[in-house]
Design a protein around this ligand. Structure first.
Ligand SMILES: *Cc1c(COP(=O)(O)O)cnc(C)c1O
Length: 404
């Protein structure tokens, strides 16, 4: 394999719910969900059933034909959100690629081929995927360096900076793309006022507001999509990751009026809307979109924040706890800066899988249905790992908290 990843030393071979076993049959508690993907954990019986039932009927037929699972999924997503139209792809990057292409196309159609309305506003530290367009929109230069020439017309502004947004979003702007909580960029929630400002400026200048909910969507923050709790409705929303609970699928959702601009032949995908992926995703969305699951996310979130606060009272290793629902970040205090990877490895040795979001932030994104006893056990194991990294116990002041 091309050496773009640095995988852990153990190889997981099977999972059940929030537990995973490696080749040596060592057991781990999974607080990663494969980066916010396996929303209902591993081998959930209802999802296994949705997949295997469809597997016996029709795997792939292509978009020369449509299929029932994708029609059901499109109806479910549009009935449960602001959107009237869905475009299906296979990943988050492709969903964002579709969103940005559509935004350019809408401006072109509305203002003519000579229009200067091509500017895309994105934010520092954001992450939107690895295609050339989406990686150029992303706000971490290290991911796009060395791949030039990059697509033109993308301007990066500081995140949560209302003044910058007021100045830069103008008549030449065709789209603003933002994550309601920056995931890869350190688990940083956008403020409500900031998102409201983006909404207001986009409406004022006829620019499309794109919410990249690839990480925050599908129940992760305690509502089906994060926008639903923020009082701000985007024009385009992208989803992927947990949408297929591990079966690759991405979606771009938009209104009927905007969706019209993707006419026959303007965009497409061979596998997008594949019956297997759509059958699984339809069941995932049906399962997530219940009061029971969404309230469960908020309860579990409270329980994890409490565990982290209590661990911090004994270790003093975190300077800030933040996030929304079950997308939680613990920023390391000054003496542990840069050591998130070392802590991930120590946690794995103690039987708990965690993520980082950059060198200074531990990230927790467990399954939405993780059992409470798994949470307790996982954070007991994590604390042992933290004490090992620390070498000695010490007490510290309570951390500042922020949430979206
Ligand atoms: C993971 C992620 C993506 C990219 O998704 P892929 O499926 O890896 O292409 C895009 N945006 C956000 C916010 C993400 O977290």
């Amino acid at each position: 394999m091309a050496p773009v990843y640095a995988p852990a030393a153990i190889i997981p071979v099977r999972g059940q719910g929030s537990r995973v076993w490696d080749e040596q049959d060592r057991e781990y508690i999974d607080l990663t969900s494969g980066i916010a993907v396996t929303a209902f954990g591993h081998a959930h019986p209802e999802l296994v059933e949705a997949l295997t039932k469809q597997a016996g009927q029709l795997w792939h037929i292509g978009n020369v034909f449509t299929n029932h699972p994708v029609l059901r999924l499109a109806s479910r997503l549009t009935e449960s959100t602001f959107a009237d139209r869905a475009f299906f792809a296979n990943s988050g990057a492709e969903a964002n690629e579709a969103a940005l292409k559509l935004a350019r196309r809408v401006a072109h159609d509305r203002y003519g081929p000579q229009t200067k309305k091509t500017k895309i506003i994105a934010f520092s530290q954001s992450f939107h995927g690895r295609t050339l367009f989406s990686v150029s929109a992303g706000g971490q230069p290290k991911y796009s360096e060395g791949f030039g020439p990059l697509p033109q017309g993308i301007v990066h502004l500081p995140f949560n900076d209302i003044d910058a947004a007021l100045t830069e979003i103008d008549a030449d702007t065709c789209a603003v793309i933002v994550e309601p909580v920056q995931g890869e960029g350190g688990v940083v929630p956008a403020t409500r006022e900031f998102l409201q400002c983006l909404r207001c400026m986009c409406s004022k200048h006829d620019a499309l507001l794109v919410f990249d909910e690839v990480q925050t969507g599908i129940g992760r923050t305690g509502s089906l999509f994060a926008y639903m709790d923020l009082g701000v409705t985007p024009d385009i929303l992208t989803s992927a990751k947990a949408l297929g609970n591990g079966f690759p699928i991405g979606a771009m959702l938009t209104t009927a009026e905007i969706g019209e601009h993707f006419t026959v032949g303007t965009h497409g995908s061979t596998h997008g809307g594949n019956p297997l992926a759509a059958a699984v995703a339809d069941r995932v969305v049906e399962m997530v979109n219940t009061a029971h699951v969404l309230e469960g996310v908020r309860d579990r979130s409270a329980s994890i924040f409490a565990s982290l606060r209590s661990i911090n009272s004994r270790t003093g290793m975190f300077r800030e706890l933040r996030g929304s629902g079950l997308l939680i970040g613990a920023e390391l205090s000054d003496s542990y800066r840069g050591r998130s990877k070392e802590i991930m490895t120590a946690a794995l040795d103690e039987g708990v899988m965690i993520l980082n979001a950059g060198p200074d932030v531990l990230r927790f994104a467990p399954a939405l249905n993780i059992p409470y006893e798994c949470i307790d056990e996982a954070f007991d194991r994590l604390e042992i790992a933290l004490h090992r990294v620390k070498g000695a116990k010490a007490s510290a002041p309570a951390p500042v908290e922020r949430s979206a």
